[in-house]
Design a protein around this ligand. Structure first.
Ligand code: HPA
Ligand code: ZN
Length: 325
């Protein structure tokens, strides 16, 4: 099965740029910026990456994000990500970038846009991997942060821009509050891909679909308890970007044994597998596919179906999609 998964051409549709940085890269940045409040030794970093709950994870993520301070840092992250994707036979990936957080870390928006263009070209030339960008608003930064995110996405629109997202906390921040910004993003031709139902139940997934026009949903596992919502997702072909290891590591689900992925598949919901923050969760896309076999009993045909579902749900061009179907 490991060889089968390794050879299977895949897409990866839920992946945060900063969260993709492997521990070595984060240690290098932490040593370069010792004021950054991130450990500089491997054991301490591993401990730092032991998340007690979802808010703790978000705090760690924010601190690591603050270590990425220049356009050159961004190109380094994109290049490292491209090599990792190529090693997992990933042909196309959509990568989430949070430009307001990057600006808060000191990166000029013009430099960020140029770094994304340069990094994407480098990854295509070196590895033949296509990248798309999803610019996501951090819910913790409220409407002003979401509006700034949209200004970046539409104003700079670096090559590869495909979507508009919403990440961060779900408790105490309602998806519906961002409806106007998502409407403006969709009017500007961006696909709607918010996180929803990662740590809360179906109501926020409904809100993502109804209020934000979600075409895919990040995580969405909270939908599993609502048969009408499952039927809606299945009927409208709205894919969930499911990240099992992430969910266990952040405490969104208690264990893989309790993970709803099998129930989502049984309800006919399109499911694509992803890593979310592979550098922080110690995972990679092949590991996610393999655990679907070992923990959920999926066979080769099921895994090939999941890979094809990803190709259908991707915002790539048709030749890229056809090559994966
Ligand atoms: N959810 C919310 N915010 C995030 C995530 C996530 O999975 N990863 C990085 N920021
Ligand atoms: Zn995510």
């Amino acid at each position: 099965m490991a060889a089968y998964v390794a050879a299977l051409p895949k897409v990866e549709l839920h992946l945060h740029l900063v969260g993709s940085a492997p521990p070595d890269a984060v240690l290098t940045l932490a040593r370069r910026h010792p004021d950054g409040d991130v450990p500089t030794e491997p054991d301490a970093l591993a401990e730092f990456y032991r998340f007690t709950d979802f808010p703790h994870f978000l705090d760690v993520y924010r601190r690591v994000n603050l270590l990425v301070r220049t356009g050159a840092d961004v190109v380094t992250l994109v290049a490292g990500l491209g090599a990792e994707l190529a090693a997992r036979t990933v042909r196309y990936a959509e990568v989430q970038v949070t430009p307001v957080r990057n600006r808060m870390a000191g990166i000029d928006p013009d430099d960020l846009a140029q770094a994304l263009v340069d990094g994407r070209e480098l990854v295509r030339a070196r590895h033949g991997v296509e990248l798309g960008w999803i610019f996501d608003a951090d819910a913790a930064l409220g409407l002003p942060g979401a509006e700034e995110t949209l200004r970046f996405a539409v104003g700079h629109r670096p090559a590869g821009t495909v979507g508009f997202g919403l990440s961060g906390a779900e408790r105490g921040v309602r998806r519906a509050d961002f409806a106007d910004v998502f409407r403006a993003a969709r009017d500007a031709g961006l696909h709607s891909v918010p996180h929803a139902g990662e740590t809360v139940g179906p109501a926020e997934v409904w809100a993502a679909v109804r209020e934000l026009g979600a075409e895919r949903v990040g995580h969405g596992i909270g939908a599993a308890t609502d048969p009408a919502l499952l039927a809606h997702l299945a009927g409208h072909g709205i894919a969930l970007e499911v990240c099992p290891t992430s969910n266990v590591r952040t405490g969104a689900t208690a264990s893989l044994a309790e993970h709803p992925l099998p129930a989502l598949l049984a309800a006919g919901v399109p499911v694509t597998l992803a890593t979310d923050d592979p550098g922080m969760f110690g995972t990679d896309l092949d590991t996610e596919y393999r655990l679907c076999h070992t923990d959920f009993g999926l066979d080769r045909a099921d895994l090939a179906d999941i890979a094809r579902t990803g190709a259908r749900a991707a915002f790539c061009d048709d030749p890229t999609r056809q090559a994966l179907l």
